[in-house]
Design a protein around this ligand. Structure first.
Ligand SMILES: NC(=O)c1ccc[n+]([C@@H]2O[C@H](COP(=O)([O-])OP(=O)(O)OC[C@H]3O[C@@H](n4cnc5c(N)ncnc54)[C@H](O)[C@@H]3O)[C@@H](O)[C@H]2O)c1
Length: 383
């Protein structure tokens, strides 16, 4: 069967732009994707980024330093924007207004006002399919946990914890870059960078935070400027959000703790999820990406089972079922989910869908409340 072809432009050819391009290069890995992305245009203000793309993707017709030129191209159906947070509003609204589909990066606007403007624009252009990036729920173990939630296996939720712990800023001598500058990264700091990763699964589960007590940490207060001097580093390094959450189906309330740390000793890039329920519990961490810990409680002894997950992905691939998975596999899964939903009008299943604009708005309400909570040293309602 001929696959539908979707011609993509990338605005922002850095770290994440290259991850998407590489996923396109490996698209044959998927057995029955809903569509096939083709890279037709790239845009970055640094033309030095173009060489890698051009030498690997002969399909590129436009390489430009102006995103308006990219959007004017008739060879572009959809755009992946992977630019700094201060540019999200300008770039995302321009993509949507140009009549293209949008896959945007988190936090989907530098602050709530920017996020609201992007969502208003998307509402005015319903023909544009708009989703936000977040790949960790596509790990096979997390997909299995999602299936368990769908079947009601956990019983009543007692507590849930979703953490994203980095060591990317452990070294105080690491020079500052845009992700540590408020004017480019935003006041949310580590929440803007890492927060969507810990909101995606809980929000998709239908868990709505109604209140938050946030404790934010500014641990490294200055950093080398890369020119021999030092500059203030004013972004939050670490955030712990103690949320009162309610299951939107049952109304049951429970504590939901979300952590986003840039300075987490002993961690490199650890995303973890723990759900404790009255009938079952589950744990997963990318530290041990094939391990699903599972406790099924039917009375009597409580015993944690350790299940080795293989390559049991939502979107089937050529890889044998017993083999390991990793970050770049999750990126392909996320993109397969985006194209599946674009073509079919709905996700393959609840937890195999990309973050919706409404879910990004909820994350902004939560992070905005968290900033206030920390300022006032008090629990705050999430509006
Ligand atoms: N999903 C994930 O796991 C993940 C991981 C890292 C970053 N991100 C997100 O991706 C986005 C980009 O982050 P990154 O790590 O790729 O950053 P990066 O700094 O590696 O890349 C950003 C690129 O944007 C370019 N750029 C800046 N201004 C531009 C403009 N006006 N027009 C066109 N290009 C411009 C820069 O030159 C740079 O090449 C951010 O929103 C970030 O939060 C997501």
């Amino acid at each position: 069967m001929t696959q539908k072809r979707v011609r993509f432009g990338i605005i922002g050819c850095g770290l994440m732009g290259r991850e998407f391009a590489s996923a396109i290069g490996r698209w044959c890995h998927l057995l029955a994707p809903a569509a096939r992305p083709e890279l037709s245009a790239i845009c970055d203000t640094q033309p030095s980024m173009f060489e890698w793309y051009k030498s690997n993707f002969p399909s590129i017709r436009v390489a430009t330093t102006s995103y308006r030129d990219l959007l004017a191209s008739p060879d572009v159906d959809a755009v992946y924007c992977a630019t700094p947070h201060n540019l999200h509003q300008e770039h995302y609204t321009a993509v949507i207004e140009a009549g293209k589909h949008l896959f945007g990066e988190k936090p989907f606007g530098i602050d709530m006002a920017a996020n609201t403007a992007i969502l208003d624009c998307a509402r005015k252009h319903p023909g544009s399919f708009v989703r936000c990036s977040s790949e960790f729920p596509f790990y096979p173990a997390v997909q299995r946990i999602g299936d368990m939630l769908d079947s009601g296996a956990f019983g009543r939720i007692i507590e849930a914890n979703n953490y994203f712990l980095h060591s990317s800023d452990m070294d105080p001598d690491k020079p500052i870059n845009w992700k540590r500058m408020i004017e480019f990264n935003g006041e949310y700091g580590c929440m803007g960078d890492l927060g969507m990763h810990v909101c995606h699964f809980p929000f998709r589960a239908g868990w709505r935070p109604s209140s938050v007590r946030a404790i934010l940490g500014d641990i490294v207060k200055s950093r080398p400027d890369g020119k021999g001097g030092k500059v203030p580093c004013r972004t939050w390094d670490n955030a712990t959000l103690f949320c009162g959450a309610a299951d939107q189906d049952t109304g049951d309330e429970f504590p939901l703790t979300l952590k986003t740390f840039r300075i987490a000793p002993g961690e490199k890039n650890t995303w973890s999820l723990e759900i404790l329920g009255t009938r079952a519990a589950a744990r997963f961490s990318t530290k041990n990406p094939r391990l699903l810990q599972f406790l099924d409680y039917k009375g009597g002894e409580q015993a944690w089972q350790h299940i080795d997950m293989g390559n049991e992905t939502a979107f089937k691939t050529i890889t044998g079922g017993i083999f390991e998975i990793g970050f770049s596999d999750m990126i392909i899964q996320m993109w397969a989910a985006y194209l599946h939903e674009m073509v079919n009008g709905k996700p393959l299943k609840r937890f195999a869908g990309c973050v919706t604009p409404a879910e990004t708005a909820l994350s902004h309400r939560l992070f905005t409340a968290a900033l206030r909570s920390h300022r006032e040293r008090a629990a705050v309602r999430v509006e």
